[in-house]
Structures are given as structure tokens and as C-alpha cells.
Design a protein around this ligand. Sequence first.
Ligand SMILES: Cc1cc2nc3c(=O)[nH]c(=O)nc-3n(C[C@H](O)[C@H](O)[C@H](O)COP(=O)(O)OP(=O)(O)OC[C@H]3O[C@@H](n4cnc5c(N)ncnc54)[C@H](O)[C@@H]3O)c2cc1C
Length: 456
Amino acid sequence: MTTPARIVVVGGGITGVAATHRLTELTAGSDTEIVLLETEHRLGGKIKTSSFGGTLVDEGADAFLIRTPHAVQLATDVGLGESLVSPTSASAAIWAGRLYPIPSDLALGVPTSLMSIARSGLIPPAGLARAALDLIRPRSEIGHDSIGQWTRSRFGHHVHDRLIDALVGSIYGADTDHFSLAAVPQLHGLAEAGRSAVLAGRRMRSSAPANSGPIFGAPPLGMEQLITSAISHTLDRGAGRVQVLSGARCETLEQTPTGWLVNGIEANGVILAIPAHCAAPLLAGEVATKLRSLETADVAIVTVRVNAADWHNHLHHRSGYLVPKSQQRLVTAVSFASQKWAHLTQADGSQILRISLGRDGLPIRELDDTALIDHAIEETNEHLGISIERSGARVSRWTDAFTQYRPHHARRITEIERTLPDFLHIAGSSYRGIGIPSCIADGVRAANELLTTLAD
Ligand SMILES: Cc1cc2nc3c(=O)[nH]c(=O)nc-3n(C[C@H](O)[C@H](O)[C@H](O)COP(=O)(O)OP(=O)(O)OC[C@H]3O[C@@H](n4cnc5c(N)ncnc54)[C@H](O)[C@@H]3O)c2cc1C
């Protein structure tokens, strides 16, 4: 078969949108129909932007890495390239009894200069002395594939807790003592590069291109603009061949002699661009069991407004802060959205804060919205010494949001893929990276591979 009659993509998050976009591009000039099925009445999944007191504020992801090409490439393809915005120069902090500046010369939390972490005041003298042993200790064993085990063996508890776990844990909703080192390529690269992590990090930073511009970007109307622009571009390009069915959960998936029946729709091939725990019930046998075995963590974001009069001077020029595991109750990070993004500056000087709660090992599912708001406000007030009013607070729940990449995650994914039936591909944040660029890359990979196998 060279031109399939129909392909179904299940899941309208960024992975499914990227896969649909790529399939449309690859089948241009053919009659191949592409159908995107999404349970919700909106597309975007964990990308969602909505009005908060008249300002468009993201409820989930608020930026993507622009130093890896995939998200910038998609944004450029769909006409957003020139309009992308980047965070201001406001800097982030760590809360450990008070706010400490995050040293500027870290490589994903790994110090590249012991002087600069000493100057930050964040690491107590005993922690600094232990961290210095990184320079003389023999190479660490990394076969266990746990971030915590590797970073603790290099630096001891304080640097692990206050820098590496705080930064990496907030990205993955993770407890890095139970998270795969190999799944975080930058850290894995440092662990493999040599004996000392400090020296490996220093070499990595010095070999990076100088003045390589901002690290993060976002569309000016919020992350959902990437989804809406990508879909309208795809529908234009597809000229009647592409259908987006929202409010249409995929309930049944049956294999047929010529491909698949998806909710009764015949298809030659299917991409399941949904998290593993959503894909498992659609499949049977070993593959379903393995997908179900991937654990997840819940997070929530409580968005609040702080009046200008209640915002303290020492908080200006900060983009927010992280709370290390040893200091956490439920709040793990607070983003000062109005200082992080110039376009979210409020004319009346008030501040919009996005407060993150929950992670692996810090459950929030049982708490109702009132309790989440109470925790968010009480803990943030205590951290910052301010007084946040609860009226207008918004709760965005992200249940099963982050698949936990346990040690040897990559091996588990390879085994899952080996047991997949023909002409069925899986893609998305459960498998090869949770960041938006990784999800886009995975959607594109699934589209490429499916069309290649259908053409064989
Ligand atoms: C609070 C939060 C903040 C984040 N911040 C960032 C950030 O700043 N930068 C970054 O790069 N990443 C961030 N991430 C991670 C990133 O947003 C996600 O990993 C990514 O958006 C996941 O995309 P996805 O398409 O793989 O999955 P999802 O977004 O989960 O999309 C899957 C879609 O499939 C649908 N679906 C599920 N089952 C079915 C079915 N049976 N039939 C039809 N449809 C179905 C769902 O409704 C959903 O719309 C954040 C995540 C969260 C939760």
C-alpha cells in the first residue's frame, strides 16, 4: 500500500496535533483522510489558556524550550515564529526559610562552580564541604539509573535537595530519588562525561554557543495559541482531507484484516497520542498491562492576584521560586507570572501568581478546591510574608499529569513498543520526554514511522 485511505490520530494534545500536522504534510497531494479524535470539546490537553480577570493566563504549560528545535519549528511552520515572546530578565529563587537566588551557572541544577553556590548562601557549610568532594571522588556508578542516587553520590544531600531535585523535580512533577537519570539527557550526559560532575558541567557550558539567546519562548496569547494556529494551518493545508472531531472519546479500537476500526471508523493506521493510562483500556493483553504499570503524579495550579499594595519591594525583579523537597508541604513552586512575562504586567500594579501544588509522593487528589486554595495561599503567604486575598482564586487540576519515568524507563518503553500490534503507534508525554518539544518530536516520529510501515 502506498497511499493509505485513512489514518486516525487519537488525542488532541500537542502530540496529537503535531502528528496530525505532520501526516497532513506527508500525504499532501494524496486522497488520504486524517481524522483527529479528542474527548474534550477543546483541543490542547495540558495546554490550556483562559481568561483570569481579563488577562489570558495559562492553566498548564506556559513556555517551551527554544534551544531544541521542535517547538520553534512547529510555531514557525504555522505562522507564529516572528511573534514568539520570551520571559523577562527577572530571575528565579529557591525558598529555604527565605528566598535565595539560584546561582546562574548551573547545568540543570548541577553546579559548575562551587564558589558561586557558596556565594548564593543556599547551601550550608557542611553541604558545601560535601559537594567539594565531587572534584576528588572516583567516578560514580550510574547503572541504577536514578537521578537521586547519582547526584547524592557526587554532591551529598544539600546540593541534591536544594538545587537538582528542586529544578528537575519541578519540571517532571517528580521525586528524583525515583526518577530515571537516562530520561533527562542533560544530566545523563554529565554523569557519563567523566568523573567530576562540576568539571563536566563546566565543559558543557563552555562548549555551548556564546550568547545563544533566550532559553524559553511562548506565543503572545498563551500556549493555546500554538494549538489553535497549528490546527487551523493543518485544516487549511488538508483542504477537506482532515477532520477534527472534538467531544469524541475513542471508546473502541479493534484490529481488522486491513487495519483498525476506531469507534467504528475504518482506518489503515492509528496513532494513540494519549497518555499511557488512557491508552491501556483501549488495548488488551501484555501491552495493556505494561502501559497500565507506568505510574503518574497529579499536580494543580492555583492562580491568584495580589494587590499592588501587598507586593513587597524585595519581590520585584523575581520571576518566582521553587520549594525544595525537604521544605515542601504541598506547594512546590510559585511563578510570578506578571514579572516573568512582560505581556502579563498589570496596569494597576497587581501581580498574577501561579502556585504549583503536588508531585510524585505529594498527593493532592483527595483535596477539594477550597483546600487546595487554602494550602496555596497559606504556604505562599508564609514563604513571602505577604497577604494574598482568596477571592477570584482559580484552580486548574492536572490529574495523572506526569508519567513518572522510573529507573530504566527507556527499556520499558522499548518493550512496550515491541508488543504493539501492526499499524498502531503510541506517542506523547508518557514515553520519550514530557516537555512540549519532546512531545512534538514524538508526534512527528510516530507520523513518519506509521507512513513508512504503511508504505512497505
Ligand atoms: C501544570 C503543567 C505545567 C507544565 N509546564 C510545562 C512547560 O512550561 N513547558 C513544557 O514544555 N511542558 C510543560 N508541561 C508538560 C506538557 O504540557 C505536557 O507534557 C504536554 O502538553 C503533553 O502533551 P500530550 O499531547 O502528550 O498529552 P495531553 O496534553 O495529555 O493530551 C492528550 C489528549 O488526549 C485526550 N484523550 C485522552 N484519552 C482519549 C481518548 N480515549 N479518546 C480521545 N481523546 C483522548 C485528552 O483529553 C487530551 O486532550 C506542563 C504540564 C503540566 C501539567
